[in-house]
Design a protein around this ligand. Structure first.
Ligand SMILES: NC(=O)c1ccc[n+]([C@@H]2O[C@H](COP(=O)([O-])OP(=O)(O)OC[C@H]3O[C@@H](n4cnc5c(N)ncnc54)[C@H](O)[C@@H]3O)[C@@H](O)[C@H]2O)c1
Ligand SMILES: O=C(O)C(=O)C[C@@H](O)[C@H](O)[C@H](O)COP(=O)(O)O
Length: 542
């Protein structure tokens, strides 16, 4: 029912995993109420659980437990911890699945099995451990662990951590935003957004890969060091591959160098790639993953705003050629995307701002709330400072902008992975944008070129009678207020036109554009009049 209360998170896990201790601690940190299903059951039953078990037996207990849990899933808005066996009951599994489908987070708290077993035995009062407690615990673990993994959509490992550290990690996982990317031709995956989400790397990679190639640039060394540590701790054989920075990394020579290394270092089909860095690094890493042995698993860890909101999701992978941008590549979907906002702490201001170009684009084509947020926070966004960002109020604004922009991307990608039509709308501003990047020898940042390209597309929409001058002016004023460029005057029309003919949307000798029918409603423009195409260019030169 709409407007119903629901838990901020539901914690599941083995007896002794620390669900209550860690859950309470996290709830306190987040200033949320905490509830423990066992306490609620005892309250409803008017007796302790061991007594209830003895009087009525396990089946009756499970029925009562299910009623209590399902009620709480609809009427509690804090952190809710379930008893160890609760997720084994089909009605509770169903309730949890619906809760997840509604955006909920079911967190599997994974403690070290030995520690959890000892803690469970120490606590006493657990009817499920009657008899040889250790043997019973191990047997239950074997039965329950696979079910917990299936039922939960978030896993938090607490091996060897104090309850406080585990609670902080839990809090980070609860705070994360998740966008699901699905579709009939896509193996579904999640884009996880939030501080600390990189710690889920092993969970997303899974246990099949033995070797992992960690592809990154020097500029993000501190983040790749963290990824390498996380991967090694999880037992992967990590192969560090440093590529040239930015567009210099998106070349056939760089890809070839990596193919050689993967060959020499014995990468097989079950091994994997992690692409870490800005959009150039994730585009290249995805391309290598798509082509090595015709496709191996890969996970993206974007570190720039632009890569978080756009490049890391959707499976467009590729490299540039001397003739143009992204001319060689493939559509190849990642196994997951971990947009760890902690990485933004080292991002220079100008690279943050260019990312806003793609954010605004998503607002123009689909989500006007993005535009409102950009307007409301233009001054803070333009003054972005990585060193203070994570402790500032701007963090929540940026998290929401990332989530909204990725949601726009996921909508288009889910319906049209291979860009037969709808997905082209994501290319708003790119026909001219890519030409500018090329003519500037990639010294212009992608997001900046897209910003000018959006103004160009708006001018073209207006010249052809689709939108009024106010909306064109709005493009200029909004993008300008964010510190993005809105004009370009460093190349000839002939060169621009020739490059626009090489755009992937062009068909034969006919240009094709994405323009606006109205705000939030892009349309395709096929073979537009040559004078309008040129006049729109003259207007962005001013
Ligand atoms: N595949 C797609 O769907 C898609 C979508 C949009 C853009 N792209 C591509 O993405 C690229 C643009 O991405 P970009 O804007 O991230 O550029 P980029 O990858 O060139 O990164 C910009 C610079 O920022 C540095 N950097 C990144 N993260 C950092 C961090 N946390 N701290 C310090 N420095 C950091 C990089 O090393 C680089 O020097 C272009 O090649 C574009 O074509 C692809
Ligand atoms: O995902 C898409 O589709 C896009 O068009 C997203 C664009 O923002 C992105 O810049 C993409 O790399 C452009 O792709 P291209 O096919 O025009 O090279």
């Amino acid at each position: 029912m709409a407007g119903m209360r629901r838990p901020v998170a539901v914690i599941i896990g083995m007896m002794g995993a620390g669900k209550t201790r860690v859950g309470k601690e996290a709830a306190q940190m987040m200033q949320l109420p905490f509830a423990d299903a066992d306490n609620e059951i005892e309250h409803d039953a008017g007796m302790k659980i061991p007594e209830y078990f003895e009087r009525y037996g396990e089946p009756e207990f499970r029925k009562l437990e299910s009623d209590v849990v399902l009620d709480m899933l609809e009427d509690f808005d804090g952190i809710f911890s379930l008893g160890g066996g609760a997720p084994m009951t089909p009605s509770i599994q169903q309730g949890l699945a619906e809760y997840i489908a509604d955006g909920g987070k079911v967190v599997y708290l994974m403690a070290d099995p030995k520690e959890a077993m000892e803690r469970a035995n120490r606590g006493g009062g657990r009817p499920m451990l009657n008899g040889d407690a250790n043997e019973r615990w191990k047997k239950l673990y074997k039965e329950r662990d696979p079910v917990f993994r299936r039922v939960a959509n978030v896993q938090v490992r607490t091996h060897g951590q104090t309850p406080q550290v585990a609670a902080r990690k839990l809090m980070e996982m609860i705070d994360q935003r998740i966008v699901h990317v699905t579709g009939s031709t896509i193996e579904p995956y999640d884009v996880c957004i939030g501080e600390g989400v990189m710690s889920q790397l092993a969970q997303v990679l899974g246990d099949k890969p033995a070797k992992v190639a960690l592809i990154h640039t020097q500029a993000v060394q501190r983040h790749s060091d963290r990824a390498r540590t996380l991967l090694r701790q999880s037992g992967y054989d990590v192969h560090d591959i440093v590529i040239p920075d930015a567009e210099a990394g998106k070349t056939i020579e760089v890809a070839n160098g990596i193919w050689q290394r993967l060959g020499e270092e014995g990468f097989t089909r079950s091994d994997a790639i992690v692409g870490l860095g800005g959009g150039a690094a994730t585009d290249l890493a995805g391309f290598v993953a798509a082509t090595w042995m015709r496709g191996i698993r890969y996970v993206n860890c974007p570190t720039s705003l632009l890569a978080m909101v756009d490049a890391s999701t959707g499976g467009k992978t590729g490299i540039n050629t001397p003739q143009g941008k992204n001319l060689v590549g493939s559509f190849y979907t990642p196994a997951g995307v971990l947009a760890d906002m902690g990485a933004l702490a080292s991002l220079p201001n100008d690279i943050f701002i260019e990312g806003l170009g793609e954010v605004a684009k998503s607002g123009f084509i689909m989500d006007p709330e993005i535009l409102r947020m950009l307007e409301d926070h233009a001054d803070e966004l333009r003054s972005f400072d990585g060193s203070t960002f994570l402790d500032s109020d701007l963090k929540d604004v940026v998290a929401e902008l990332i989530e909204r922009t990725v949601t726009v991307k996921a909508y288009h990608v889910s319906a049209d992975l291979k860009e037969a039509g709808l997905r082209e709308f994501l290319n708003y501003g790119h026909t001219l944008g890519h030409a500018i990047e090329k003519l500037e020898h990639f010294r212009w940042r992608h997001g900046n070129a897209v910003a000018v390209g959006c103004v160009y597309a708006a001018e073209l929409s207006h010249l052809l009678g689709y939108i009024d001058q106010d909306l064109v002016d709005y493009h200029r004023s909004l993008l300008g207020s964010l510190g993005l460029p809105t004009s370009w005057n460093n190349g000839s029309w002939d060169d621009v036109l020739a490059l626009m003919h090489r755009d992937k949307k062009a068909r034969g000798n006919k240009l094709r554009f994405v323009i606006l029918g109205s705000l939030g409603h892009p349309i395709h423009l096929e073979d537009p009049p040559a004078d309008a195409v040129e006049e729109a260019f003259r207007r962005i030169q001013r």
